[in-house]
Design a protein around this ligand. Sequence first.
Ligand code: FAD
Length: 470
Amino acid sequence: MTTTSADITTEALGQLAAGLRGELIVPSDPRYDAARAVYNGMIDKHPAAIARCRDTADVITCVRFGRDHGIELAVRGGGHNAAGLGVADAALVIDMSLLRSTTVDPANRTVRADAGCTWGDVDHATIAFGMATPSGFLASTGVAGLTLGGGIGYLSRRFGLTVDNLLAADVVLADGTLVTASANSHSDLFWALRGGGGNFGIVTSFTFRCHDIGEGGTIIGGPVFYDLADLGDVMRWYRELIPSLPEELSGWIALLTVPPVPLFPEELWGRKVCGIVWCYTGWHDRAEAVLEPVKTFGSPLIVGLQAMPFSILQSTFDPLYPAGLQWYWRADFFNEISDAAIEVHRKYGELLPTGHSTMHLYPIDGATSRVAADATAFAYRDGGWAGVIVGVDPDPANAGRISQWAKDYWTELHPTSAGGGYVNFLMDEGQDRVKAAYRGNYDRLAQIKERYDPDNIFHVNQNIQPGSQG
Ligand SMILES: Cc1cc2nc3c(=O)[nH]c(=O)nc-3n(C[C@H](O)[C@H](O)[C@H](O)COP(=O)(O)OP(=O)(O)OC[C@H]3O[C@@H](n4cnc5c(N)ncnc54)[C@H](O)[C@@H]3O)c2cc1C
């Protein structure tokens, strides 16, 4: 059974508001339009109310209210999900964005982050101690959604996915109880949370293992750009180079248009390029030798490598992608970057539809692929890349154009893929794509879903259906 939304009375919402420490924003509230907006400007959902929770008790109150009144629940962490899964029509949105505290334990090298944190909040907290935990490639993304889907980032080659560094999570379950999931407590739930998304409950806080990064938190990183005409040579070199590099060095490859910002030389603004963004987290006295092949290959247009705090690299691209742009993306994992794939990249790189549109391939290897595919819910561990084709533009009039480009590109590239995509990069693509994202782990996830959420009240997500329904 899936809970469906019912009409909810003003009186009932008033009672809910009275029971919260946080605020309840209803459609008549002048803040309603700002509160219902998510990162992707294409998403235009009208929830019944948005509860900005102040504490775990507020989250429990909202879950019980949703059950008692048969109202659909949506859960919002950082609001970055491109499919817009942090909000839904006629739902009660349980918004975690006011819960943003972090606690670093330098002696035990851990950080605890509330579920409304962005990665910028966590990096800020840990880099003061010269440490970081693996996250993504941007600071504004939510800790909650990124972690629950897996978490692929600059540090994944060296230290694994975000979920490989998750030590514990506090979770409000569908029946309104609170549990801590870890290797020793609710270990089945802990397995499922590490990649299974928001299907199993509402996480109120996460505890992660931290690692020393660079020297006192200072790494060497930045972009190297090549002419799009060199794409074939660059991609062939890159696919051979990455597996041979020490894990202190990682780099993701992209097709993009150089943005018109002072970060890049003005003569390159507007030029379509193939770029690699590198991040070296090892000792600086080894940097020259490790980075030598990266600096000397081919005829780069710019080599923008420099020493900087890790948190600066993580936030470098945020200003280029503010909230509210139109987003449509499609994704797959790839075990290899084949010659056939390179030809597809060449074709669609030349057709990049707007200045913000791009394609990224992120390495899935090193520490990430040393974890067994069934050790966590995240199933694609066998080496290669996570790819995402990203149509983006500020103008809603271009929504159709960027979506079509991404779909066409994906359709031609998909035959070269490993079969499924990263769950955090899926749009609303149907149940077969959700199953493909989890491969052999789906059935176990469905069983755990049956145990923790048999009525599927947490279904505004890439939904894993309870075992008896699947
Ligand atoms: C610009 C951009 C850059 C990105 N970069 C990366 C990257 O580098 N690496 C990477 O791995 N991914 C990346 N992603 C994908 C990102 O991981 C997903 O979009 C993720 O869903 C965002 O999490 P959020 O909390 O911001 O999203 P939200 O939209 O708030 O939520 C996403 C999903 O998680 C659920 N959820 C949120 N909070 C909770 C909670 N507390 N408990 C239970 N469920 C919850 C929601 O219900 C929803 O289903 C990026 C996305 C964007 C748009």
